[in-house]
Every structure is written in C-alpha cells, then in structure tokens.
Design a protein around this ligand. Structure first.
Ligand code: SF4
Length: 358
C-alpha cells in the first residue's frame, strides 16, 4: 500500500488544517524530485501484498501529468509498478472541469481506477462559505466528465455538522449525491481543529459550532437515506455500493503496513509509525515505535469504526469482560459470528464506546 501526499492547494478551505502550499513556479518539480529521491531510499520498505495506491492531499488533481508520470515511473523502476488493485486519486471538481476529458483519459492510462471527488456540498452558499473553488454546477459537470472518461468507481466526499447547514439543505445535498449514483460516498462531520479560518471565526464569535443534537440528527438523516439507496454503511464515515468498499482505507483500518510518500505523509510498518516533516524541501522522516498498549488501542479503535468489527478473542483478551457485557446489554456492542461490532445506531457515539473499552 502506498500513499502519496500531494501538498498543493490553489486556495485554502475555511475548515482545513492540512499541510498544503499554494503552488509557485518550480514547486511541482521540486516536489517531484524530492518524492523520487524518497522512493529510491525507501523502496525496500514498500510492501506489495496489498497493491493499492492512494494520491491524497492537498489537491492531487493540481499535479501536472508529467510530474505524476515521473513519480510512477520511479516507483516502477524500484519494483513497485502496476497493475494496482485500487489506485485512487483525490480530485477537486474545478480541476476536472478545467482540465477536461484528455486529463481524465491520461489518468486512466496511468492506472488510476478510482476517483474521489471533494464535493462537500451541493449548496452554492455553503460552498462559498467553505471557500471551495467549485460550485454545485461544477461538481455535477465534473462527475459527468469522470463518467464519460469511463471511471466506474467514483467516490464523493460530503460534509455535515455545520451550524449553518439546515436539515433541509443537508437532505437536498444527500439526494443530489444519490441521484448521481456514485459507487462510494464519504461523509465527514465538521470539526474545528488547529489554526484555520474557521477556528478564528469561532474564537471571534463569528461562528458557533453545531450542537451534538444537530450533528446527530444530520447523521441519522444520512444513515437512513444511504440505507434506502442501497449503500452499505461499512465504516463510521463511509458508505459503498456492494463490492465498492475502499480497499486502501480498509487496509488502514486493518492495520496493514503502508508507506506514505511526500511532505507530511504518514507511514505504518506494523510495529512503528513514522511521518515526514511538513516542508517541501528536504523533509525528513521521524519514526516512533509503538508499545504493546499503543497497538492494542489502535487495533480496537480502528476495527470498531467498521461494520466488520473486532475479533472476539482479541476483544476479550484486551478489555474487561464486565465492560463488554454491559455495553452489549445497552445495545452499544453486538456479536456477529466470532466478531463484535458497534451497531449502526451507535456509530455516532463510537468514540465514547471505545473509550469505555480501553
Ligand atoms: S480541504 Fe482539501 S482542498 Fe481544501 S484546503 Fe484542505 S487540502 Fe486543500
């Protein structure tokens, strides 16, 4: 599994706290040189047992094709070429519309077989408030182009839990997403973190966070609509048509080793986690070994976010029997075969349930 972080954005979204740069002359080439150098140094760390590639960001759709090709060729030279079971590229709708079909067809030729589009909302007022570059019409056109180019595995990202998102607008947004019939939909609850525009608005009183009740209600609306439309709620924030669950992200939740390339990318070796500095030029990699306790907590946290849940033997070996039994009595944990999971109607409070177990 390889993750490539592409840390460029043309503008910054109100709520975003990721490391990213506004591209200036020479930056794409500098980035590409650094990543190719990193690939050569870290080629031996790359595990090919799960052949997935994920280009995330930032905005990978900003990276010129020539640079992407150079990175993929370097991977190939180092023994990590295609074919890929899943190769996802995160794209901004505006880039897709601007670059058009030839761009999408080239991505296909490079092996990309899954597109993940950051739509976030189909309401123009909200998109403007989020400082997104596209509008609702642009998102629809981008989706149409992606389909025309022949992508048959498309994911859409949406955001809920904003105090200025009414239930009605949220329902309309979900309906529009369902009408497009993507294979996968990811829905994230807005959180105010770090030092960004939204955090400043919150501090100055210009923005007020949505209450827990509002977030819960919007999450319930989402779950009901997705189920009615035939999507499988396979992870807290993710819904897929049968057979289209994300393989790469599934690898994260099952603690499969992966190598993260590029500035600010994180990696996992099975026994340690490491991360690259958030700088474009000369970033270094820092490694942190995991303790037995870290491994236990991670395994529980990641597995219990999913509908697949956790192996019963692991659960009973690492958590208190009384806590498990109590949570089962409360309906916060259910047994499915040899595994235990948090049922969908308790997904919203999964953090609290997991905290009670650890
Ligand atoms: S949300 Fe995505 S597109 Fe927006 S600033 Fe953050 S990384 Fe860039």
């Amino acid at each position: 599994m390889i993750y490539l972080h592409v840390p460029f954005c043309k503008s910054f979204c109100t709520y975003c706290d990721f490391y990213s740069e506004i591209p200036e002359k020479g930056m794409f080439d500098l980035y590409t040189d650094q990543v190719c150098k990193e690939i050569r140094v870290r080629a031996k760390e790359m595990d090919n047992s799960l052949r997935t590639r994920y280009l995330g960001g930032g905005t990978p759709s900003l990276l010129p094709l020539a640079n992407l090709t150079q990175i993929l060729l370097t991977l190939e030279e180092c023994g990590h070429g295609g074919p890929y079971e899943e190769f996802t590229l995160e794209a901004n709708p505006e880039d897709i519309v601007e670059k058009g079909l030839p761009y999408l067809q080239s991505l296909k030729m490079l092996g990309v077989n899954r597109m993940s589009m950051g739509v976030q909302s189909f309401n123009d007022e909200l998109l403007h408030w989020m400082n997104r570059r596209h509008n609702s019409e642009g998102a629809l056109e981008a989706f149409r182009l992606v389909r025309e180019a022949g992508f048959d595995n498309v994911s859409i990202d949406l955001i809920f839990g904003l105090s200025n998102l009414s239930d009605q607008v949220w329902e309309e947004t979900i309906n529009k997403a369902i009408e497009l019939d993507p294979e996968h939909i990811s829905c994230y609850q807005l959180t105010v973190e770090g030092d960004n525009v939204l955090a400043h608005r919150l501090e100055s009183g210009e923005y007020e966070e949505a209450s827990d009740q509002v977030c819960r209600r919007q999450y319930d609306i989402l779950c009901a609509k997705m189920a009615a439309a035939g999507y499988n709620h396979y992870e807290i924030s993710n819904f897929a048509k049968p057979g289209f669950e994300a393989v790469h992200n599934g690898g994260y939740w099952q603690r499969h080793p992966y190598v993260g390339l590029g500035p600010a990318a994180h990696s996992f070796s099975g026994r340690s986690r490491n991360w690259n500095d958030s700088v474009l030029d000369g970033y270094k990699n820092t490694k942190e070994a995991l303790t037995v306790e870290d491994e236990k907590v991670e395994t529980l946290m990641l597995a219990l976010r999913t509908a697949r849940g956790i192996d019963g033997e692991f659960l009973f070996a690492n958590c208190q029997k009384e806590d498990i039994n109590r949570l089962m009595k409360e309906g916060a944990l259910v047994k499915v075969g040899r595994r235990y999971r948090i049922p969908e109607d308790h997904f919203f409070v999964s953090d609290q349930i997991i905290r009670e177990l650890i």
